[in-house]
Design a binder for this molecule. Structure first.
Ligand code: NAD
Ligand code: TYD
Length: 334
């Protein structure tokens, strides 16, 4: 199978590319990524000379490029992960979210339809449901520019299944954690600040609840959705590990031997969703998927990963990581 992975240099995308290379070694992967601030080619250093992984720097909104890749690499399926993904950034500037998440997705769908691809996996989010406990039939009620742009992309993808018969499968997952997460998201940010003895900014009173899903469990679910998902179906993917933000932050501090006095309660995020909880029984029943990571142990291992990979996130904080493409990758190609 030849698969176009979009956003393969981001947190989940780079974990997925490595997961697929290990678990589905006969698949050829083309990784289309624009390398925005969130894309980091260093995440895929291990695959630099892998003949079954081709990195292409480009925008999913470039139809000509997408058509070219689908044709020349005889792509069978798209795993679509590229997105602007950070809620706080969407509040500061929604435009890029509409551009990439909505319009970019539509370009991919249109290209997939014309190339008659056999599968289009749309990686959506539980945030499309708004706040609460969600099954796949819960009405969508997104509240941030990020989640509303994902909801638009999610629904347009389903419309391509219903209207054009495109073989679309949608997954809606909860908050991922694990290695290589950009250090502006809750867990890596808190670890980095704690290690630097800087304040840990907790929004509001810290009572918001998130369901935490280990990224490897998510990658396993995405692989099964690619292979076994049914056209036009939506699958919730959750970690069955709901935690209050404040409790999570305290657990991180305790794992690092740092004092709780580092916690700083700051102004709440505007429109902050109170709770995300996922009923993933459909994925378990129909895809045969279940999360294997136990939250406490996997969180401890994740915290240790950031401790041991300090140069990785320090290069992000300093901006150094953005030069990797020019100095290492592009130079090697020329
Ligand atoms: P991320 O921000 O870490 O990575 C996004 C990647 O997409 C980056 O490599 C970036 O360079 C690339 N990209 C952005 N715009 C692009 C464009 N126009 N063309 C090509 N590439 C572009 O995001 P992530 O956390 O890995 O999330 C991946 C997907 O999973 C997203 O679609 C996100 O909405 C979804 N999701 C993430 C979570 C989570 O907890 N991280 C939860 C639910 C759903
Ligand atoms: P985040 O990692 O941004 O994911 P999402 O908003 O997609 O759930 O945030 C997770 C939770 O942590 C969310 O309730 C907001 C909260 N949060 C903080 O309290 N402080 C922070 O500095 C950040 C980044 C998030």
């Amino acid at each position: 199978m030849n698969v176009l992975v979009t956003g393969g240099c981001g947190f989940i995308g780079s974990n997925l590319v490595k997961y697929l290379r290990a678990q589905r070694p006969s698949w050829n992967l083309v990784n289309l990524d624009k390398l925005t601030y969130a894309g980091n080619l260093e995440n895929l250093r291990a695959l630099e000379r892998d003949p079954c992984h081709l990195f292409v720097r480009g925008d999913i909104g470039n139809r000509e490029l997408v058509d070219h890749l689908l044709r020349t690499h005889r792509i069978d399926a798209i795993a679509h992960l590229a997105a602007e993904s950070h809620v706080d950034r969407s509040i500061l500037g929604p435009e890029a979210f509409i551009q990439t998440n909505v319009l970019g997705t539509q370009v991919l769908l249109e290209a997939a339809r014309h190339a008659k691809l056999s599968r289009f996996l749309m990686v959506s989010t539980d945030e499309v449901y708004g706040t609460g406990l969600f099954t796949e039939t819960t009405p969508l009620a997104p509240s941030s520019p990020y989640s509303s742009s994902k909801a638009a992309a999610d629904l347009v993808s389903l419309a391509y299944a219903h209207t054009f018969g495109l073989d679309v499968v949608v997954t809606r997952c909860s908050n991922n954690y694990g290695p290589y997460q950009f250090p502006e998201k809750l867990i890596p940010l808190m670890v980095a600040n704690a290690l630097n003895d800087r304040p840990l900014p907790v929004y509001g009173d810290g009572s918001n609840v998130r369901d935490w899903l280990h990224v490897e469990d998510h990658c396993a679910a995405l692989t099964l959705a690619l292979e076994k998902g049914e056209r036009g179906q939506v699958y919730n993917i959750g970690g069955n590990s709901e935690r209050r933000n404040l409790d999570l932050v305290k657990t991180i501090l305790s794992a690092l031997g740092k004092p709780e006095s580092l916690i700083k309660f700051v102004a709440d995020r505007p429109g902050h969703d109170q709770r995300y909880a996922i009923d993933a029984s459909k994925a378990k029943r129909t895809l045969g998927w279940a999360p294997t990571h136990v939250f406490e142990a996997a969180l401890a291992a994740t915290v240790q990963w950031y401790v041991q990979h300090r140069p990785w996130w320090e290069r992000i904080v300093s901006g150094e990581y953005q030069r990797y493409f020019d100095t290492q990758y592009a130079a090697r190609l020329s």
